[in-house]
Design a protein around this ligand. Sequence first.
Ligand SMILES: Nc1ncnc2c1ncn2[C@@H]1O[C@H](COP(=O)(O)OP(=O)(O)OP(=O)(O)O)[C@@H](O)[C@H]1O
Length: 279
Amino acid sequence: MSTAVRVRGLRKEYPSQAAVAGIELDIRHGEVFALLGPNGAGKTTTVEILEGHRRRTAGTAEVLGEDPGTAGHAWRARIGIVLQTATDAAELTVLETVRHFAKYYPDPRVPEEVIDQVGLTEKAGARVKSLSGGQRRRVDVALGIVGRPELLFLDEPTTGFDPAARRQFWTLIEGLAQEGTTILLTTHYLEEVEALADRLAVLTGGKIVAEGTPATLGGRERAEAIVRWRDERGSHEERTPFPTKLVTQLSGAGRELAGLTVTRPSLEDIYLNLIEEKS
Ligand SMILES: Nc1ncnc2c1ncn2[C@@H]1O[C@H](COP(=O)(O)OP(=O)(O)OP(=O)(O)O)[C@@H](O)[C@H]1O
């Protein structure tokens, strides 16, 4: 797989602080990559530089083979963007809005199909300004994908979605990924990362502090398991790298262990540890 996004030594300095303080990033074609980090970590700044919407102070960035700071219309037609702030509520209907945006692209998706994919078919004839916040966010997603982008930027795409809409959105993203779309996602939802991302990077204070797959981030796969059980002496908890061995010993000759659970740290546990260590 070749590289869709390549970033070296990326910096963005404001008079008061460095919002991005030297980032290296490689995202392969067809990959779903998540950027995570607390508020103010530099995620949106990074993504906006890669979209060509913000100038960098130093470093290099290559997105679909071009420098986003100087790339032109043809490049812009190959990327899709869902910004953090919702589309201005217009007088146009959902269908009119999606049709309007489709005209900017050389090979757009069929507007009605896109509206169906984001679950807004019943609202196709409604004015965008009459929609709820979560429904408007779905319009944003529709506008981000109508141009059939090779690379899709999603900045906190599911904020304001109800749980069912979020699941539906994940299915949509999985479908786009299967078609080969490269996706760069920022989100605060760890379960979203677990469901969608092939790889992720954690950003704090403008720096990448960890990178990996959801299963391996921060040594997650090597983390000790916690075994909990109860017996006549009370509740017990033991940490061990070998939970199967411990459970086998405890259960002896088939003895049933009351309240037995074996847990490993969740992605959220790992993430929160990383953030705490670095702050
Ligand atoms: N135009 C600006 N002028 C000065 N500082 C800015 C500007 N834009 C962003 N910053 C600062 O840069 C830092 C990074 O902001 P950024 O929006 O990239 O964070 P983020 O990780 O996307 O946060 P969130 O999760 O809240 O969206 C913040 O401290 C922010 O205050």
